[in-house]
Design a protein around this ligand. Structure first.
Ligand code: CS2
Length: 495
């Protein structure tokens, strides 16, 4: 198709009928939510739910203003501005069916590094009721040694000295909350949408930790006034590919510079604790519960850990995507046994959820051949992920005398992966990790000391002090280093 229709508000009427689009009046939307970290996941999740709500006649006060704090966010800012903040969500079903909808819930975008005052003012605006975040694990600025706010980070130091020109999200929120307090306005709710256990509590700890360095009285006020609901978030959202952009162009003649592709499944379980009100998200399928703990544990220990099992073992083997890995019978069997023998025995029951069914659904979701979720995305920042997704399962099984071999092999394979940085065929692995150099240096010493990799304390803590663990780990390291075809060891563990 030659003529391409740029995605803009004005062009919405001309879109082919197969593409759903907002029928609500976007010009009436005001900003009730300021969201920091507008990536694929936010656009497939919170912005999607909010769009659904607006479509079903929801209150127009809940438009979203996106915020990017750093230079790499500029591409998103520019594209969204050019497209009147519209983008297409491409939902890919496993049977090949595709549903497309233009999402209209984002109504503005601000760049903190261009104009910090504009971001602070928007957060401090009386209309803003929620500041939500997807800033990734690393964005929380936790000191791994103490679990507290890492005040030695140069950006944190800068923010303490320059409260009105912050760089970190905590500096922005603190400045905005200070302004609200001064003006007698109620606090906003801070809602983490990151895939972290007790994401609300962690955010509370970090925000108050930062604010206390700047203004202890303000920190007390935040402690009393701001709510930080914990939430479990879930929707598999691979990195947008050129094929997704091309699909919209060739299929519909639609020129969307940055659509989002995702799976049909979507879940958001949230603690109902919003100090300044919230959208009626329950009307569009969001679950509000008093305590999210069992849901988040189940998701992190099964879905995310399952991804890591396939991601690390699959990368070393030479698979490239999750569906390819789970399509390999040995990997599927290994994953199922990891779920049943190691992850499930240390999980709590979750009201209303049949764990067997949940696991079966995960295997089906992983198998969705249209998602093509790359193992490089899954292994991205493994040093932040494995201590949450996988290592706690090992620790709890060590305490209870349960099986640890399935998960321990993943750590041994991760050592090999960090050491060699190539797959079984010698093909370079694309590794993105804040600790990449440190992990590589530690793993390289494995020949002299099989436990060398475990010395990366911020990841493994004191795991190397447990003898049952180190015996199993050493045995598995020996096996992988003598035969890098990890499937031989997987097979041995299975039988
Ligand atoms: C993945 C998650 O990055 C990862 O390790 O497991 O991004 C996963 O796709 C999402 O949490 C799904 O909700």
């Amino acid at each position: 198709m030659n003529r391409q229709l740029p995605l803009t508000q004005q062009n919405l009427d001309q879109l082919p009928s197969q593409i759903a689009r907002p029928t609500y009046d976007r010009s009436r939307l005001t900003t009730g939510i300021v969201h920091v970290g507008v990536g694929g996941f936010h656009r497939a999740h919170e912005a999607f739910y909010t769009d659904q709500l607006l479509e079903s006649g929801g209150d127009p006060q809940w438009g979203i203003c996106g915020v990017g704090l750093r230079e790499p966010d500029r591409k998103m800012a520019t594209i969204l501005r050019d497209q009147d903040y519209l983008y297409t969500l491409i939902v890919k079903r496993p049977d090949g069916g595709i549903e497309t909808r233009v999402i209209g819930s984002i109504v503005d975008f601000l760049m903190g590094c261009d104009d910090p005052a504009a971001v602070i003012d928007r957060m401090a605006d009386p209309a803003t009721k929620i500041v939500s975040l997807t800033i990734t694990e690393g964005g929380y600025n936790v000191d791994p040694a103490t679990g507290k706010f890492n005040a030695s980070n140069p950006d944190a130091q800068h923010d303490i000295d320059h409260p009105l020109q912050p760089r970190l999200v905590f500096g922005f929120m603190t400045a905005a909350l200070a302004k609200r307090r001064q003006q007698g306005l109620p606090a906003f709710t801070v809602q983490s949408c990151d895939n972290i256990q007790h994401n609300g509590e962690l955010t509370r700890k970090m925000l108050i930790g930062f604010a206390r360095l700047q203004d202890p009285q303000l920190a007390d006020w935040i402690e009393q006034e701001v709510s930080f609901p914990n939430a479990m978030v879930d929707r598999i959202t691979p990195v947008t590919s050129d094929a997704d952009i091309d699909f919209l162009r060739t299929e519909f003649g639609l020129d969307d510079k940055w659509p989002v592709a995702c799976e049909p499944f979507c879940q958001w379980v949230v603690e109902d604790d919003f100090s300044a009100g919230r959208p009626d998200w329950q009307d569009v399928g969001v679950q509000f519960v008093p305590d999210v703990t069992p849901y988040e544990k189940m998701k992190l220990r099964l879905l995310n850990a399952g991804h890591s099992v396939l991601g690390i073992l699959g990368s070393v083997f030479g698979h490239e995507t999750i569906d390819q890995a789970i399509g390999d019978d040995l990997f599927a069997q290994y994953l199922r046994q990891f779920f049943d023998r190691e992850a499930t025995p240390v999980l709590d029951a979750v009201a209303g959820i049949d764990l067997d069914e949940y696991k079966q659904t995960l295997i089906e979701r992983f198998g969705n051949p249209k998602i093509r979720d790359s193992l490089s995305r899954i292994c991205l920042e493994s040093s932040s992920k494995l201590p949450v997704f996988l290592i706690p399962t090992i620790r709890e099984n060590l305490a209870s005398g349960g099986s640890i071999r399935y998960a321990t092999l993943v750590l041994a394979a991760w050592c090999y992966y960090s050491d060699k940085q190539v797959d079984r065929h010698g093909k370079a692995l694309e590794i993105t990790d804040g600790l990449k150099a440190e992990l590589h240096a530690a793993a390289k010493k494995t020949g002299d000391d099989p436990l060398a990799f475990l010395k990366v304390q911020s990841v493994f803590g004191d795991l190397a002090e447990n003898e049952r663990f180190t015996n199993t780990y050493t045995e598995l390291i020996d096996r992988i280093y003598s035969n890098p075809d990890v499937t031989a060891t997987m097979q041995a563990i299975l039988s």
